[in-house]
Design a protein around this ligand. Structure first.
Ligand code: SF4
Length: 513
């Protein structure tokens, strides 16, 4: 989109957009003029573009930043050339993450110059895990950047923006002791509704596990848990605005140990129980978990809480004990398989998902076979798998036993083919059954809507868009790639108030579709 060519002040720009002359008298306005005035006031607000990369926790942080900045006079835009403030909410998990951020900053530098030539100021902020890892180095390498803020400090954005406006180029990558989430404003109901009927709530941050391939303990710091009352208040607020499904987030979410006002520590299971008691909360999920923190009370919650969806993402990373030890995973294959048995005993038919790394340094053919055998033994409904890639600063990055890339690629293809077979089989097993579906949005075709099953499968079916936000019963009739198609048969069993267990809980005997 073209950038206004003349140098103009913010006020002049508003007038140009509103199509009014500078000499217009604002007093004694008619209805049309009042509308013009509203538009002017809206145009006076600045525009922010938050570009978020990576995990769901980053996505959640991006919404909290947007809510915070809304109170500072910023409306969101998707047009980068219209943004007075650009926030790159970065992720450090992918290979060459920092280099990709610097390339993006190079493009933003050009845009900033073009906007400056048009008389428009642009503030560029780098947030997220690359900001944490690189800190002031970002300012050295990217002169266009005005401020750097780590994932634990973004509640301080208003002050940092004021410093940036004074050309002080602040860097805040501390792990402050103040309660970041407590300092952030609750969004207005209309903002929540605009984001749909599912919401993330971060309950825990950081990680103490120090897996040898992972940067999280360095970028997000030690494990910290939010107080349970504060989390439940946020969930209540979301539910009152119409959110039906809440996913509790944490880098190591089942290590949650929030301290309540009475000084007692709450486990994740207790927190889920508290969330399930909130009126209107029909569905609960949590991610991402570590096998070592999969306590009996959390497993029992899968049996006892109707709102807790029958889906568990439990990363194992490898099926080889030698690799698990080299990864410093603090669990072995036997412990993982024991957990799976317990989870399936508590919640038959639960959909299981996991993460895998292939080609970890030192991985032999026999180690990889162990991974394939574990996948065959468990039977997953979905899984994420990646080739190992070095993360600077992590212990595994310096190991001399790196696996040749062609070997790792072949292993990845074999693993992904097996997982795809299992996912397809799981989805196929739902055909002919009736599942509760949370209707999320109108579908791609007229008269169609799309939603999510309890197992996180996208489901498409013909129905009115007025059902968006409802939980309805859908008879599954077909499978298209990873999605399901079906026919609306009535209201779901997980009603707004009761959230009772969906009929599909008895999906598969023996835990596998
Ligand atoms: S448990 Fe997860 S977040 Fe923590 S170090 Fe290991 S991989 Fe990283």
């Amino acid at each position: 989109m073209a950038i206004p060519s003349a140098r103009e002040t913010d006020y002049e720009r508003i007038v140009r957009i509103a199509g009014a002359g500078l000499g217009e008298n604002p007093l004694g306005m008619t209805g049309a003029k009042a509308q013009q005035q509203d538009k002017r006031e809206q145009d006076l607000r600045k525009k922010v573009l938050i570009k978020s990369y990576g995990c769901q926790m980053n996505a959640y942080d991006a919404t909290r930043m947007a809510d915070l900045l809304a109170g500072q006079g910023y409306d969101e835009t998707e047009a980068v050339d219209q943004a007075d403030l650009v926030v790159l909410n970065t992720c450090h998990i992918r290979e060459k993450a920092a280099e990709k951020v610097y390339s993006e900053l190079g493009r933003l530098r050009v845009l900033k110059r073009e906007r400056a030539e048009a008389g428009l100021e642009t503030t560029i902020a780098v947030a997220g895990c690359v900001a944490q890892a690189e800190g002031a180095e970002i300012l050295n390498r990217s002169p266009a950047v005005d401020l750097v803020v780590g994932p634990q400090s973004y509640h301080r954005l208003p002050g940092l923006l004021a410093e940036a406006a004074a050309h002080r180029r602040p860097v805040d990558t501390e792990f402050p002791v103040d309660d970041k989430f407590g300092a952030l404003p609750q969004p207005a109901a209309r903002r929540i509704r605009a984001r749909g009927h599912s919401a993330f709530v971060t309950v825990q941050e950081g990680c103490d596990k120090f897996c040898s391939f992972c940067v999280v303990p360095y970028t997000r710091g030690a494990e910290t848990s939010r107080p349970p009352e504060e989390i439940l208040q946020e969930i209540r607020h979301l539910s009152e605005a119409g959110v039906r499904e809440i996913t509790l987030l944490g880098q190591n979410v089942n290590a949650y140990h929030g301290e309540a006002r009475d000084g007692r520590l709450w486990s994740l299971a207790r927190l889920l129980e508290g969330a399930a008691a909130i009126d209107g909360v029909a569905r609960l999920r949590y991610t991402t978990s570590h096998p070592r923190d999969m306590g009996d009370d959390l497993i029992a919650a899968h049996r006892d809480l109707p709102q807790l969806m029958p889906y568990l993402h439990l990363p194992v990373q490898s099926g080889s004990d030698a690799m698990l030890a080299a990864m410093n995973r603090k669990h072995d294959r036997a412990l993982y398989l024991r957990l799976i048995d317990k989870v399936r005993a508590a919640c038959p038919g639960i959909a299981l998902s996991s993460d895998f790394i292939v080609g970890f340094p030192g991985e032999s053919d026999a180690d990889f076979d162990d991974t394939m055998r574990l996948v065959e033994q468990v039977g997953f409904a979905a899984a994420f798998s990646f080739k190992y890639s070095r993360r600077p600063g992590t212990p595994a990055a310096t190991l001399a036993t790196q696996v040749e890339d062609g070997v790792a690629t072949a292993r990845l293809h074999a693993l992904q083919a097996l997982i795809l077979d299992q996912q397809t089989a799981f989805n196929r097993a739902t055909i002919g059954r009736t599942l509760d579906v949370l209707v999320e949005k109108p579908g791609r075709h007229p008269g169609q809507v799309t939603g999510k099953s309890p197992y996180l499968q996208p489901v498409h079916f013909d129905a009115s868009a007025a059902l968006v936000g409802d939980i309805v019963a859908v008879r599954i009739e077909g499978q298209i790639a990873n999605s399901l198609s079906g026919r609306l048969t009535g209201h779901g069993t997980a009603s707004h108030a009761s959230g009772s267990r969906p009929p599909a809980m008895a999906l598969a005997s023996g835990g596998r579709p």
